[in-house]
Write a protein that binds this ligand. Sequence first.
Ligand SMILES: NC(=O)c1ccc[n+]([C@@H]2O[C@H](COP(=O)([O-])OP(=O)(O)OC[C@H]3O[C@@H](n4cnc5c(N)ncnc54)[C@H](OP(=O)(O)O)[C@@H]3O)[C@@H](O)[C@H]2O)c1
Length: 242
Amino acid sequence: MGQLDGKIAVVTGAGSGIGLAIAERFGAEGAEVVLVGRQKERLDEAAARIGGGARGVSVDVGEEEQVRQLIQDLPRVDILCTCAGKAVFGRVDETPPSAWKDLFHARFFGQLYAVHYAVPKMPEGSSILLCSGIADAAYVPDYCGGAAIAGAVNAMAKNLAVELAPRSIRVNALSPGFIIGTDIKFNLEGEKAIEFVKRSIADTPLPYHGHPEDLADAALFLATCNFVTGQVIEVDGGWTAT
Ligand SMILES: NC(=O)c1ccc[n+]([C@@H]2O[C@H](COP(=O)([O-])OP(=O)(O)OC[C@H]3O[C@@H](n4cnc5c(N)ncnc54)[C@H](OP(=O)(O)O)[C@@H]3O)[C@@H](O)[C@H]2O)c1
């Protein structure tokens, strides 16, 4: 028997990386997984591998109407896990504010839209897992907009945890450190990209890398531990402890 038997789990950003690992873990634990992203083909391939009624749905999470439609078509949502996103780096005086605005739109509002439409369909005992990042709690160079998003997502998780507690809906945030083996898109190239990777490894006390499966471990814990809400779980090899 799986820990998530009979649950419907919606996972955004499930075409690759952290979202995919979480979708696979939830599916392996018996959940019926709805994999959300923009590239339908790879969502369908993953859904076929996962089985158990898993299916891929093509949605741009930054488009409110698409998110509304996604949720409307579901009978209920037991677990909502919002991992869709990318990263944008740049010095504050060199980066057009529109770059941060676009990032905020998909990575913050993408999660807010999903919560907004899913909550009315979430029964008692449901769980929301937002995805932020350690830039809220540790300095990441040239990343003021990403840090702001991480902080906003964490604040939203804590606030919603209290708001939704009377309805027995739990809300937590997954906060990844430097995680390898994902397809994450960011705007660093050449030397700058190498420097970023070197620095991120140096900032991580544990002498090995984080992988999407580490986030899947944390996600399953948060999805199943009935008395944990309002927490930000740093899956970061100790980065934020330094
Ligand atoms: N990897 C890290 O070290 C790290 C650290 C801190 C935070 N994070 C955050 O963790 C989350 C997952 O990242 P990851 O590393 O697993 O990267 P990833 O492999 O690129 O996964 C992100 C997924 O989000 C989907 N996506 C992006 N924009 C979307 C949109 N507007 N609508 C729907 N789907 C969208 C992408 O698929 P499509 O292109 O097919 O839509 C992709 O599958 C992201 O929010 C990222 O910022 C990652």
